[in-house]
Design a protein around this ligand. Structure first.
Ligand SMILES: [Zn+2]
Ligand SMILES: [Zn+2]
Length: 254
């Protein structure tokens, strides 16, 4: 499967865009960045947005994507997909005609440009050309990671999380897994903050590595831009050949 990195960071800075990935040109994993990384025809090709949780650095791109779709009038639509608390928050707290227009009724309620789909936790479900299993992780709001498979190869996406178990256990033994996409937000000196905000540091990642399916490459995303160099050095010091930081704007064959 083709994994294009639209935004690799857990925040925004000059040249640093918030978290979003595009799989096989059709399915977003998180949507912190959409319109600022894709041409209009590329945006119109998006059919699904798999959303791990409702924090803005993972959803802000949906509001501008909805506008692109709404004004192009090509019949293209995006289905916002995730567990029910995530989809409901987007529906009632973002696309609520206060913060942003309700694009589930634009241009018409029977042919909207934004649709919603609630996934069942811990169950493998078909989304576009993929099989997707959402699994709860350890964050401050309802959040899932995703195990994503196209029938021959797959990946594990952590979502935002502190130390976690179920996601790794669910993925154990699955055939064709090619990579773990794992968050890291803070450097080690901010460990207490990472604990409160339920994120990982390099020190926590070094412990998490023992729980991950063995031998898989671990690609780090969601580094806060202001800590990029510090975190990169701390990850390097772990000395694991499995670890690398995801590169924004690169397309990976997974
Ligand atoms: Zn985040
Ligand atoms: Zn978050």
């Amino acid at each position: 499967m083709k994994l294009r990195v639209l935004g690799a960071f857990g925040g925004e800075g000059l040249g640093h865009r918030p978290t979003a990935f595009l799989i096989n040109d059709r399915t977003l994993i998180d949507a912190g960045t959409v319109s600022s990384a894709l041409t209009v025809p590329e945006q119109l090709s998006i059919e699904h947005a798999l959303i791990s949780h409702s924090h803005l650095d993972h959803v802000a791109g949906l509001v501008y994507l909805s506008e692109t779709l709404g004004f192009c009038e090509t019949g293209a639509a995006v289905t916002v997909t995730g567990i029910d608390p995530v989809v409901s928050t987007l529906r009632w707290s973002v696309f609520n005609n206060i913060l942003w227009p309700d694009f589930s009724k634009i241009p018409h309620a029977d042919v909207p440009v934004v649709k919603y789909r609630a996934l069942v936790e811990d169950v493998e479900q078909r989304v576009a050309d993929l099989w997707v299993t959402p699994v709860q992780v350890n964050h401050t709001v309802p959040t899932t990671g995703f195990i994503i498979h196209d029938g021959s190869s797959g990946l594990i996406y952590s979502g935002d999380t502190g130390p976690t178990e179920t996601l790794w256990r669910t993925a154990r033994g699955l055939h064709g897994l090619r990579a773990v996409i794992l968050e890291c937000a803070f450097p080690n000196r901010l460990g207490p903050l990472a604990e409160i905000a339920k994120h990982l540091t390099p020190a926590l990642i070094s412990r998490e590595l023992d729980k991950l399916p063995p031998d898989l490459p671990v690609l780090i995303y969601h580094v806060k831009p202001q800590f990029h160099e510090e975190i990169a050095e701390e990850l390097e010091r772990i000395g694991s050949a499995r670890l690398s930081i995801l590169e924004q704007d690169r397309t990976y064959a997974v």
